[in-house]
Design a protein around this ligand. Structure first.
Ligand code: SF4
Length: 168
């Protein structure tokens, strides 16, 4: 898996101060995509074990001020990214079980829960922003999402009650 950016102090992508990892690879090709370079899974840099450890060490250093980790792209749920992120998130959660994890996907919730690989990944996360970016529904005033068709979903509650529950 490749990544194109890591923002170590991000206050835009999720609640609180976060570390945001932007991975490469996306097969949604949304019109008006803000980051079309990342459609190519080979764009950017290899996400190595050293990079994983850099992120984990950063959390150890600034744990008290960091609320959690955000995964964006590209698309973290792009099929080739999933095994790498499952491995990384499993490790991350062993170190930081109380930090929350937000994930953005071009797939909808309905699609994700029918795909065992994508489901395995989002089960490790707390909040999902789902669906493709729709330029016709673009709204810069929306929080954490680019267009009004997307939803900010509380993953664990939605799985528990088998119904989409949006984050309050
Ligand atoms: S899902 Fe995101 S990265 Fe992929 S094309 Fe759509 S807006 Fe761009």
């Amino acid at each position: 898996m490749n990544y194109c950016d890591i923002k170590y102090t991000d206050m835009l992508n999720g609640q609180g101060i976060r570390v945001s990892l932007f991975v490469s690879g996306c097969s949604h090709y949304c019109k008006g995509c803000f980051n079309s370079d990342t459609w190519n899974p080979n764009y950017g840099f290899p996400f190595t074990e050293d990079i994983e450890n850099n992120i984990i060490n950063y959390f150890y250093k600034y744990s008290s001020s960091l609320r959690g980790l955000s995964l964006l792209g590209g698309d973290p749920t792009y099929h080739d990214n999933i095994p790498h992120l499952v491995k990384f998130l499993t490790k991350f959660k062993q170190h930081f079980p109380n930090k929350d994890i937000w994930i953005w996907s071009g797939y909808t919730w309905e699609n994700i829960i029918q795909n065992s690989q994508r489901l395995e990944l989002i089960k490790l996360c707390d909040v999902l922003i789902d669906g493709k970016f729709d330029i016709e529904k673009k709204d810069p005033n929306l929080k954490w999402k680019g267009s009004s068709n997307q939803r900010v979903i509380d993953i664990q509650k939605s799985l528990k009650y088998n119904s989409i529950i949006e984050k309050e």
